[in-house]
Write a new protein. Structure first.
Length: 138
């Protein structure tokens, strides 16, 4: 007897475990690869079948790059489709030293390529002095 069958008549009977949707855990994502090429950081994302001018939005917040993409479904009659349509997003951490003003993106042949120059990273740690108080006085 399988574990799923055991649960059907027991305490977990209100749930139909065999038809439970695992889709949120397996949601499609934007597939990327990234690498350093000398002083240049390169991100490549597979995004076939989109119109980049209206379907892609790239934003930088601090040391993170966010890709928001919409893949729109065509209106052709389909017998079967295994493509994923809708909105997708991906957060990509940027390496230390990326110069925000050098971030650029281009799209060709279904691949979005984002590049940025990497320089010397500025120290992010800052020492905080401790003030010692004696009897309520500084």
């Amino acid at each position: 007897m399988s574990t799923v069958t055991k649960f059907r008549g027991g305490a977990l009977a209100p749930f139909d475990w065999t038809n439970l949707s695992w889709f949120p855990l397996l949601a499609p994502t934007i597939r990327v690869e990234d690498y350093l090429d000398g002083d240049r950081y390169v991100i490549r994302a597979e995004l076939p079948g989109i119109e980049p001018a209206k379907d892609v939005r790239i934003t930088r917040t601090g040391d993170t790059l966010r890709l928001d993409v919409v893949r729109r479904e065509g209106h052709a009659d389909k017998v079967r489709s295994e493509f994923h349509y809708g909105s997708f997003s991906r957060l990509i951490p940027l390496p230390a030293g990326v110069k925000p003003e050098t971030i650029a993106a281009r799209y060709a042949d279904g691949i979005l390529q984002i590049t940025a120059t990497v320089g010397e990273s500025e120290p992010t740690a800052q020492e905080i002095p401790v003030t010692v108080e004696h009897g309520g006085k500084r």
